[in-house]
Design a protein around this ligand. Structure first.
Ligand code: IVH
Length: 696
């Protein structure tokens, strides 16, 4: 770098560019560059900042995770109170609110025939308020009691969809409180709980609790590991800026990098409002986040002021709450499941009851302490709840309905499946069956192996695993690969086609790659992310066999407990036998990325060519379930060939790769005339590209 000012210019350019790509990726779900290109920019910025620490700015993209763990959270007084919302429990109440609002406006002399409103999702997360001074994030807080909240600035900074600074057309406001909801995507919630089960930690009851637990971490490094996200929907105090309508406000925020929900709608009549709310209710199960209703807001901000607030609720907005997802029923029995790691988990056997439109007859009960804390007794009338797509839960007993015959729960002292005396691990709430060969544990291990985030063997579900195990056809994961046509076709419900499909799915699972295998084995403490971390350093089973505890523990994110568990697992002769049989069956024991075509120079070289066509720079969008490739494998394949994978379809998309049950992306592709290909075509393109570049 020739001079100080060149250096400053480069730093500023890098920051602006990284911010732009962050926004494309995290806010607009439409990346323009590959991860590798992004990493290069990021690393250059990190290196320049490391060499010139005096030039680091607080809003630099490298400064998301910073600061020491706190002893306690401070308090923040909101400049403008954070209000809550009145509820409408059904369409009648919603229309009554609309009529009342029109009447109030008429009385105030602001006669309107129709009232434009904005309908938004009611995100079931945590409300937060971000304070920006001159476009720079200076503090962030939870709602608290609406007047004073907790200072969670350090943690909010780690969330990629929270802008650390913003600018845009026109003057930057000297001060603005931007408000929104922090949440944990459902997919991330499930992954997080899977990891916690794997590492023997208590699971979170629902995504909201998980988000709250993650945001209220005293150590921001822990928060940074949780993929929290945020939607923004309001402002509090604002100086030096104003908007005529709520819609304009949302557009203004969007233009400054705040993530605004793409399905937000502006409507003009009572009918349209109820229809938009119903649309949200229908869309609900397809979303990757929990919503518990829709929020309807009067669009015109002047009318909002006229309407004002009563107590803590603005009169210009209302929350339309979806049909309650709680119900009352009787707790008939408490059963016990024995999990893969031997943990005994009680579950509730309920009189079937409809909860939010779904019939529920079982619910989780977590553990003995939880049952005692809630004072649940067999025979109690209980309240059952379903949150989003998450497993039903027993919330509480209705103690006033007790008749005296209800029985408290006692944890058995022997495994209900194999009869081995259970052990209580000191310091843990869980009780375990210590028998490694307990049939329940064997079956659960196989179920885990075939599961979606493990080897993803479609058609081999929990029921089939239980049948195959019961028949003695499959005793462990490796036996799956020895199944023959004759074994399956005789099973009830199996025809020629279904048998072939299952065998094909088993065959295809051999190519998932080493990270999946490592996770699928069910090694204690090794969740999906941990497996990926291990594979970055030890990309094959051969490499991992040579690894010592210290080498494993040297990987960032892998502690000594995990390292020891992995080494112990691999060293166990019984596991060696299993691994040997998996390898003999043809299960790939190396990184799936190694399957992707590489260029002739063996790596980062020139673009892969397909005849006259090159995959390099082509933009792909994936939709639906591909027959053999997982989403990650397809992504690596495309990236290895120099292509890009984007999240949504636009005119700039070159190919949509569609699998089974494709989403709206396929429709969009057809509308825009974007080429739609299947997995075979994708593989053929990539393979042809690899051949062309190898021969070139
Ligand atoms: S507006 C003055 N919009 O719901 C209006 N709130 O019950 C203040 N929420 O504390 C809130 N999604 O945590 C608004 N699109 C949305 C929302 C939303 C979720 C939450 C928010 C608020 C609570 C009120």
């Amino acid at each position: 770098m020739s001079s100080e000012s060149d250096l400053t210019t480069r730093l500023e350019w890098l920051r602006a560019e990284i911010r732009r790509h962050d926004r494309l990726y995290y806010v607009l779900d439409n990346p323009e560059i590959t991860d590798a290109e992004y990493d290069r920019l990021y690393r250059e910025l990190q290196d320049l900042e490391a060499a010139n620490p005096e030039l680091i700015t607080r809003d630099s993209p490298t400064q998301r995770v910073s600061g020491e763990p706190l002893a306690a959270f401070g308090q923040v007084e909101h400049r403008e109170a954070m209000l809550s919302l009145a509820n409408a429990r059904n369409e009648e109440e919603l229309l009554a609110w609309y009529a009342r609002t029109l009447r109030l406006l008429e009385q105030a002399g602001a006669r309107e025939d129709a009232l434009t409103c904005v309908v938004e999702p009611k995100i079931d997360g945590l409300a937060v308020s971000l304070l920006y001074e001159n476009g720079v994030l200076v503090s962030g807080a939870t709602r608290g009691n609406g007047v004073v909240g907790e200072d969670v600035t350090q943690n909010l900074r780690t969330i990629n969809s929270v802008p650390l600074s913003f600018s845009g057309d026109g003057a930057v406001p000297s001060l603005i409180e931007v408000r929104g909801e922090v949440y944990l995507p459902l997919s991330a919630f499930e992954r997080l709980n899977e990891q916690r089960v794997a590492s023997g930690e208590a699971t979170f009851a629902n995504p909201r609790n998980a988000a709250a637990g993650s945001l209220r971490q005293l150590d921001p490094r822990v928060t940074a590991l949780r993929p929290l996200a945020a939607w923004f929907y309001a402002v509090g105090a604002a100086e030096g800026v104003g908007w005529r309508t709520h819609w304009e406000l949302l557009e203004w925020l969007a233009a400054r990098g705040f993530r605004i929900n793409p399905h937000v709608k502006r409507v003009g009549t009572g009918d349209e409002i109820t229809r938009a709310c119903r649309e949200w209710e229908e869309r609900r199960s397809a979303l990757d986040y929990d919503i518990d209703g829709a929020v309807v807001k009067v669009d015109d901000r002047q009318l909002q002021d006229i309407l004002g607030a009563v107590a803590h609720d603005p009169r210009w907005a209302i929350a339309y709450k979806f049909a309650p997802s709680t119900a009352q029923t009787v707790l008939r029995e408490i059963g016990i499941n024995v999990g893969r790691t031997g943990v005994l988990t009680p579950y509730a056997v309920l009189d079937p009851v409809s909860v939010g439109g779904v019939t529920v007859s079982q619910a989780t009960l977590h553990n003995e302490d939880d049952i005692r804390r809630k004072d649940l007794r067999v025979g109690d009338t209980v309240i059952v709840q379903r949150a989003g797509d998450v497993i039903p839960q027993v919330v509480a007993p209705m103690t006033t309905l007790r008749k005296g015959g209800e029985r408290p729960f006692v944890m058995p002292d022997r495994c209900p499946v194999c009869g081995t005396v259970v052990v209580r691990v000191p310091g843990e709430v869980a009780v375990r069956c210590p028998n490694d060969d307990c049939p329940a544990r064997l079956v659960e291990r196989i179920k885990h192996f075939v599961g979606r985030s493990a080897m993803d063997i479609e058609g081999v579900g929990e029921k089939l695993v239980e049948r195959l195990f019961g028949l003695g056809l499959v005793r462990d994961a490796a036996d799956l690969y020895r199944l023959r046509y004759e074994d399956l076709i005789t099973l009830e419900g199996f025809q020629d086609r279904s048998t072939r499909k299952v065998l094909e799915a088993i065959e295809q699972s051999k190519r998932r790659g080493f990270a999946r295998v490592l996770f699928a084995l069910g090694i204690p403490h090794v969740g999906g992310q941990t497996a990926e971390l291990i594979v970055t350093r030890f990309p094959s089973m051969d490499a991992l066999r040579q690894a010592g505890v210290d080498e494993l523990a040297a990987i960032e994110g892998i502690g000594p407990v995990i390292a020891e568990a992995v080494v112990a697992y691999v060293a166990d002769p019984r596991h060696q036998d299993l691994l040997g049989r998996l390898a003999d069956a043809g299960v790939l024991m190396q990184s799936a990325d190694d399957l992707a075509p590489t260029t002739a120079d063996g790596g980062m070289g020139g673009p892969v060519r397909v005849g006259a066509e090159t995959l390099a720079g082509k933009v792909f969008v994936l939709t639906g379930t591909l027959p053999t490739l997982t989403r990650e494998a397809a992504t690596s394949l495309i990236r290895a060939a120099g292509g890009r994978v984007a999240g949504s379809v636009s005119r700039r998309t070159d190919y949509v790769v569609a699998g089974e049950s494709p989403g709206s992306k396929l429709r969009k592709a057809t509308e825009l005339g974007v080429a739609v290909i299947d997995e075979d075509r994708l593989l053929a393109l990539a393979a042809a590209g690899a051949r062309a570049s190898a021969g070139a």
